[in-house]
Design a protein around this ligand. Structure first.
Ligand SMILES: Nc1ncnc2c1ncn2[C@@H]1O[C@H](COP(=O)(O)OP(=O)(O)O)[C@@H](O)[C@H]1O
Ligand SMILES: [Mg+2]
Length: 610
């Protein structure tokens, strides 16, 4: 019997201070979030120089000084109250946000969890005015005092979370907190080249970044903040379409990293982590980088503010595109095309490539419907809107164990029951014969080959036409040879034509090749055809199928999805009686005796120790 009595307190309105502290929970996670909000305010105020002064990782002091337009005397006390903003006035304004802020809650939140002081002066005022909450709980009543300050604003935040001890406990060492602050400054400085930034820590200048208005100066700033080697090989991107444009730097296949720490993608100057965009980038790079290696980039997408909703999350790191599909394909195309042109004049400087997205004049409704269908099928391969996890993300142990318990109830076929996926492309299962290791990449290539051969044979090649054709730069001689080989090229399912002396344009390719670098495939195709004019599709299909890569969603599959995949492999291969030597290339079975052998040496060593 339940003996606990539920006591109920009467409903009451929260004090402004408490409400702001609750809001601060969302906006202010750590000193770096304060720095982000304050710099964004300076940017919105049209500053050209922003100085950031930090003491003790921001735990003791954060001071941001700008030369923006300032706040008029009579508005300073309003600025620090919740829901007070100069950036929007009506709901309609929300549909086309051009400023970094608009929610009117950052200053109020910061005021509620710190000792706060603001000094500001507009150009028309003769002196500056200062407001602070120090020592007084109900800060709104606090009066202004005159102060000396040039046009612009300085904000000082001391003792962050002094009154919300629980939050302070979550903070890390000074060094770690400063690293987060440095990251924030870096992120902003890599998209706002027209602004000078000075970052100091404990009175020492860490970064002094003068304004960078030319491409050369911008490149220098990127080199200073990221890695010189990245900039040395980076491709400079500058693309323009009717509704979208993209500029920045991206790494080519010769430069990759073991982590995703140098990936900066901005939408209208705002850094975002967006799944549609990540997918568009990953799709291109996974075809040219080995598993576990990641590209680096600094890219800024400019899009009509009406086409993007930034009011998705309080920290505004997430956005929602009204035309998801269009943005995905644009980004994908620009990256693919830039990489294809590695050797052309795209390196630094960059030429404007203009194409007309009006061709895609589909109604918003159609696009959304299409995009949603895409999101649930192509991007994720799942029925619900779940995007693939980053390549290489190891499953957490909790995930692993829950998955493991599921697996016991799964049906067991000849290849057994899946126990897990192992990077870069192995599937492990347990059968009656022992441990089975399946080489998923070879399986995928073999499946593609079989499917393609069968389709060509029955003259029914499934073809994927591209929304944006892919330009491929090759030797002029190779390019010219396509005329002699058009029959074979078309039989295989490619729509390939000559665009310029050394540029081919690919408008469609066989669906089985969807996870390939098209450039590599076409190069191989033409080289082979030129080496041996009579080479037929029976030889070309197995050769070109070697370029097939694994899809993007391997890491995000659940065990039951893997089991389904394994059952499909079994149906294709086991039932079709693939011959034994070939099977050995696709999977191996380790019997208990073999596994025991692996440990033999260790066991005897241990016994000797004991
Ligand atoms: N550095 C600054 N320079 C000029 N005005 C500022 C500055 N910081 C804040 N403000 C003013 O204070 C208001 C409130 O700021 P904030 O709480 O960050 O809300 P938001 O940026 O969402 O409007 C802003 O709308 C702006 O008018
Ligand atoms: Mg703001």
């Amino acid at each position: 019997m339940n003996t606990v009595e539920l006591t109920r307190s009467p409903i009451r309105q929260l004090s402004a201070q408490l409400a702001n502290q609750i809001a601060a929970g969302e906006v202010v996670e750590r000193p770096a979030s304060v720095v982000k909000e304050l710099i964004e305010n300076s940017l919105d105020a049209g500053a050209t120089c922003i100085e950031i002064d930090i003491q003790k990782g921001g735990l003791q002091l954060i001071k941001i000084r700008d030369d923006g337009h300032g706040i008029p005397e009579q508005e300073i006390t309003l600025a620090v109250q919740a829901h007070c903003t100069s950036k929007i006035a009506s709901f309609d304004d929300l549909t086309a946000i051009e400023s970094m802020g608009f929610r009117g809650e950052a200053l109020a939140s910061i005021v509620s969890i710190s000792h706060f002081e603001i000094t500001s002066r507009t150009e028309s005022q003769e002196m500056a005015w200062q407001w602070s909450n120090t020592g007084i709980n109900n800060s709104e009543d606090n009066a202004l005092t005159p102060a000396s300050h040039p046009t612009g604003t300085s904000i000082v935040v001391r003792d962050i979370f002094y009154n919300t001890i629980a939050r302070r406990k979550f903070l890390r060492s000074e060094r770690t907190e400063f690293r987060h602050i440095e990251d924030v400054v870096k992120r902003i400085a890599l998209s706002r080249f027209e602004i000078e930034f000075v970052l100091k820590h404990n009175q020492r200048v860490v970064h002094r970044l003068p304004r960078a208005l030319t491409t050369d100066l911008k490149t220098k700033r990127v080199a200073k903040l990221l890695d010189k080697r990245f900039v040395q090989q980076a491709l400079r991107v500058s693309y323009q379409a009717s509704q979208l444009s993209m500029t920045g730097w991206l790494s080519n296949k010769d430069y990759s990293r073991g982590q995703t720490d140098m990936q900066y993608f901005y939408v209208n100057g705002r850094i975002v982590k967006d799944k549609v965009i990540s997918h568009a980038l990953r799709q291109v790079y996974q075809a040219i980088l080995p598993p576990g290696r990641f590209p680096s980039y600094v890219l800024n997408l400019q899009i009509d503010p009406q086409q993007v909703d930034v009011n998705v999350h309080p920290t505004k790191h997430e956005v929602r595109f009204r035309q998801m599909r269009l943005v995905h394909d644009f980004v994908n195309h620009v990256i693919q095309d830039s990489l294809n042109k590695t050797n052309s004049n795209h390196r630094y400087g960059g030429d404007a490539f203009v194409f007309d997205t009006e061709e895609q004049a589909v109604t918003e409704h159609q696009i959304n419907k299409h995009a949603m269908a895409e999101a649930s099928s192509r991007y994720s391969g799942r029925a619900h809107n779940h995007y693939p996890l980053a390549r290489n993300k190891p499953a957490s142990s909790a995930e692993f164990y829950t998955q493991k318990t599921h697996s016991t109830s799964l049906p067991q076929g000849l290849l057994g029951t899946v126990v897990g996926f192992c990077q870069p492309y192995y599937l492990l299962s347990q059968s009656q014969q022992g441990l089975v290791i399946i080489h998923l990449l070879r399986v995928a290539q073999h499946q593609a080959e079989q499917q393609w051969l069968q389709q060509v044979d029955s003259q029914s090649v499934e073809v994927k036409p591209f929304v944006f054709p892919v330009s491929i730069e090759l030797d002029a001689q190779l390019c010219e040879s396509i005329d002699c080989h058009q029959d074979t090229i078309q039989t295989l399912g490619f729509d390939l034509s000559l665009q310029a002396k050394n540029i081919l344009v690919l408008r469609a390719a066989p669906t089985v090749l969807q996870h390939c670098s098209y450039e590599a495939v076409i190069r191989q195709l033409l080289i082979s055809l030129n080496l041996e004019e009579t080479m037929g599709w029976e030889t070309l299909v197995p050769l070109l199928s070697r370029f097939v890569q694994l899809g993007t969603h391997s890491e995000s599959k659940t065990l039951s999805e893997w089991q389904q995949h394994l059952n499909d492999i079994e149906k294709t291969f086991v039932n079709l009686c693939v011959d034994a030597p070939y099977k050995n290339k696709l999977w191996r079975v380790l019997g208990v005796a073999e596994v025991n052998k692996l440990f033999q040496a260790n066991v005897s060593a241990k016994l000797v120790d004991e």
